[in-house]
Design a protein around this ligand. Structure first.
Ligand SMILES: [Zn+2]
Length: 138
């Protein structure tokens, strides 16, 4: 099925080569397509030019301008969000490293606490007390 956007690009420019379909992005002709020389920007090209689409009505031109501006705004916001996310990721990495460091310290404390449990500390204290009694009897 043929689309209304399809264009027969069989036309040839003054150089005798097939034209290329381009889209104008000037304020007056936003989105309006035209045929041009394939080699327009290089030496040896010609200045063949032919509009494909009808002129853009002012109202549509205004709408396209508005939509383009919104696209640019969305792109800008997306970029800002990406930067924020990157900063957040870096903060999370720092916090993670800090947590790992604290976990290691806690693990050391738990190890010491495990070696010196309540009964062992009690025995040690009794030994010390007994020792003191022995000294006081002399
Ligand atoms: Zn040409």
């Amino acid at each position: 099925m043929e689309s209304i956007f399809e264009v027969d690009v069989a036309s040839r420019c003054h150089c005798g080569i097939r034209c290329v379909l381009k889209t104008s992005w000037t304020n007056e002709n936003l989105g309006r397509r035209f045929l041009g020389c394939y080699n327009y920007r290089v030496a040896g090209g010609c200045n063949y030019f032919k509009w494909v689409d009808h002129p853009v009505p002012p109202r549509e031109n205004e709408l396209i301008t508005t939509l383009l501006r919104r696209c640019e705004e969305s792109e800008r916001k997306r970029h800002m969000a990406e930067n924020k996310l990157q900063t957040f990721d870096e903060d999370m990495k720092k916090l993670h490293n800090e947590m790992v460091g604290r976990e290691e310290k806690l693990s050391d404390i738990m190890y010491v606490a495990g070696v010196m449990n309540y009964e062992e500390m009690n025995e040690l204290l009794l030994d010390i007390l007994h020792h003191n009694d022995a000294f006081s009897d002399e």
